[in-house]
Design a protein around this ligand. Structure first.
Ligand code: UGA
Ligand code: MN
Length: 256
């Protein structure tokens, strides 16, 4: 089966660094289709050129997050979710195009992989083994050292390790599950809701298609962390701003 990995991304100083790191992980993975969705009105040259030369099988899409859903820098980070419309576009692209794919996408798997997380290449074996819904723990997540499912020695999920929003039916990050494409096709209107309560994005989305009892625990019965919710630090820009004011910006012809 092919893994369709949906990655939202947006223009910022750290974008090319994040995409470089992620693409060089993905170079190790066979049968992977990378769906890169830019949060922008137009596809940028930077991402288009980057994808062209990175030797991965990819689809390049874009959709700008609607104004009312955009988060301004003064708002607290938990008020609005990022990457929502981009993930939905990726899902709908798969729904519209799976007939043109090898085997019509039958048996393929969908995974949401943000651009700044850290992925062990072993994770992709777990993703590929997905029958309906796979789940596994995510490192540095949910305010804990790790957050996610707790399994018995058959991979049956018996509990969830989480510290907040304990009523969530699927208390996991987007990086903590993979779902069969057939399920996404069957439930053709299931989508991520930008108005979901904070922390409930994943639960509200999955609940439209599956139940917690459908979840199979992977990664050594959920004893192994193979993905980390690392976050790229936002760089300070004030020195560059000073140079711009002096008419001496860093050479704009050098892409960073
Ligand atoms: C956490 C969760 O891991 C995400 O699944 C969730 O979408 C996000 O919070 C949220 O709801 O805000 P976090 O590390 O805080 O992730 O968020 P980012 O990594 O900054 O953004 C998630 C994805 O959306 C990234 O792939 C990022 O490139 C993209 N993004 C970010 C956009 O497409 N547009 C933006 O304006 C910002
Ligand atoms: Mn992130």
């Amino acid at each position: 089966p092919v893994i369709h990995m949906i990655t939202p991304t947006y223009s910022c100083w750290t974008q090319k660094a994040d995409l470089t790191r992620l693409s060089q992980t993905l170079m190790h993975i066979k049968n992977l289709h990378w769906i890169v969705v830019e949060d922008s009105d137009n596809k940028t040259g930077l991402v288009a050129r980057f994808l062209k030369k990175c030797n991965l099988k990819y689809t390049h899409l874009n959709v700008r997050t609607k104004k009312e859903l955009q988060r301004n820098s003064k708002e607290p980070v938990w008020r609005k979710s990022r990457g929502v419309e981009q993930r939905n576009l990726g899902l709908n692209w798969l729904r519209r195009n799976h007939m043109t794919m090898p085997g019509k996408g039958k048996g393929d798997v969908v995974y949401f992989g943000d651009d700044d997380n850290t992925y062990d290449i072993e994770l992709f074996d777990e993703i590929r083994a997905t029958r309906k819904l796979s789940v596994w723990p995510v490192g540095i997540c949910g305010g804990l050292r790790w957050e996610g499912p707790v399994c018995d020695d058959k991979g049956t999920v018996v509990d969830w390790h989480r510290s907040w929003a304990k009523l969530r039916p699927f208390p996991i990050d987007f990086a903590g599950f993979a779902i069969k494409l057939d399920v996404v096709l069957q439930f053709s209107t299931a989508e991520i809701n930008p108005d979901s309560r904070i922390g409930w994005l994943e639960s509200d989305f999955l609940s439209q298609m599956v139940q917690p009892s459908d979840a199979e625990g992977r990664a050594s019965n959920c004893k192994k962390v193979l993905v980390w919710h690392t976050r790229t630090e936002k760089p300070k820009t004030k020195d560059e701003e000073r140079l711009i004011a002096q008419g001496q910006p860093s050479d704009p012809l050098i892409e960073t």
